[in-house]
Design a binder for this molecule. Sequence first.
Ligand SMILES: NC(=O)C1=CN([C@@H]2O[C@H](COP(=O)(O)OP(=O)(O)OC[C@H]3O[C@@H](n4cnc5c(N)ncnc54)[C@H](OP(=O)(O)O)[C@@H]3O)[C@@H](O)[C@H]2O)C=CC1
Ligand SMILES: CC(C)=CCC[C@@H](C)[C@H]1CC[C@H]2C3=C(CC[C@]12C)[C@@]1(C)CCC(=O)C[C@@H]1CC3
Length: 333
Amino acid sequence: MDNSSKVAVITGGNAGIGLTVAERLLTEHPGLRLCLACRNKTRAQAALDALQLSHPTAHISIVIVDTSNIKSVYNAVTEIKQMYSHIDYIYLNAGIMQVVGVDWNYFWKTLFTKNFIHMFTTGDGLLKEQEEITEENLEKVFTTNVFGHFVLIKELESVLINGTRPCQIIWTSSSNAQKHHFSLDNIQHRNERGGHYSSSKYSTDLLSLALNERLNNKGVYSHVTCPGLVMTNLTFGILPSWFWNLILPIFWLLRIFVPTMNYDTYNGSEALVWLSKQKPESLDPMCKYVSHCNFMGKRYVHQDKLKIDQEDANQLYDQLNTLEKKFHQKYKS
Ligand SMILES: NC(=O)C1=CN([C@@H]2O[C@H](COP(=O)(O)OP(=O)(O)OC[C@H]3O[C@@H](n4cnc5c(N)ncnc54)[C@H](OP(=O)(O)O)[C@@H]3O)[C@@H](O)[C@H]2O)C=CC1
Ligand SMILES: CC(C)=CCC[C@@H](C)[C@H]1CC[C@H]2C3=C(CC[C@]12C)[C@@]1(C)CCC(=O)C[C@@H]1CC3
């Protein structure tokens, strides 16, 4: 095993924001060894081939992981541990949103009120979602976005902790993370009408804080990012690509008021890549690092103070830990 060069693992690294982060990391950190942790072998191989074209000497590998399936996460951990003795950056980026429609009534009602900036920044109240339960009897958005990643981090702990080099855990959270959609009495957000994605991203923010409390003294730092609104398969699942292309000029105008209207993945990945170039000890665990792009097209990172509570974070951590133990017993003993 080559221990000298840096290693980055990216979940959902084959498409959208994850793929752009992969490309930019290879440029920013020459010699970096990259692991694309993806659920689909063909799509992962296509991404690897594209990255290898622009970075012919880069060392890139693929690990198959479906974060909505805990058995698959355990298998991926075994593979990652065989490949790497230390991880410098782990991007917890894979994510889904199960949208079935947009509430256009709410959109028109809010457009000419003072709440319009909040609506365009967060999407709060605009999206209709549907729930799905996985074959392991877990809520799918919660598992894909949060619990699968929790298990990944927990099982990889020995590879993240290294006496001399720090490790950065970098989550792709969202402005859509809203406290009013989250409850410690129902962390999976089961049997609720909507708010599944929002609850999962709020959990992400809490979990990141809880991880810092547990792991900072071992050289592991966790931070949350927000890519803003970016055109990817996720947004094409909300509205068709022709619609987004049509309203591109509106995005430029909206940027005067809403600098998170990033549109492309390069703009959206700014905060995620910027974090990899910072001393992790100097970063604020109570901040969300947001990718901004102004009207003139200038990219920069904005820090938003997180409105979350350490006690909630610890309670969420404990519940995730208890849930994980059940799967550990089932699959690992
Ligand atoms: N686009 C946006 O405006 C915003 C996105 N985000 C977040 O950014 C992250 C990346 O999303 P984005 O790039 O937009 O969307 P994409 O759909 O383009 O990318 C999502 C990535 O996650 C992977 N993925 C989805 N489900 C699983 C799973 N069960 N196991 C493993 N990988 C999985 C996808 O794989 P596959 O290609 O096989 O489907 C894909 O690689 C998400 O966490 C999302 O919530 C946050 C704020 C705004
Ligand atoms: C004229 C115009 C831009 C119409 C689009 C209205 C809505 C469909 C979007 C307005 C704000 C968007 C938004 C998201 C999805 C699409 C909107 C609701 C997200 C929720 C997508 C996923 C995220 O993580 C955050 C985004 C916030 C903004």
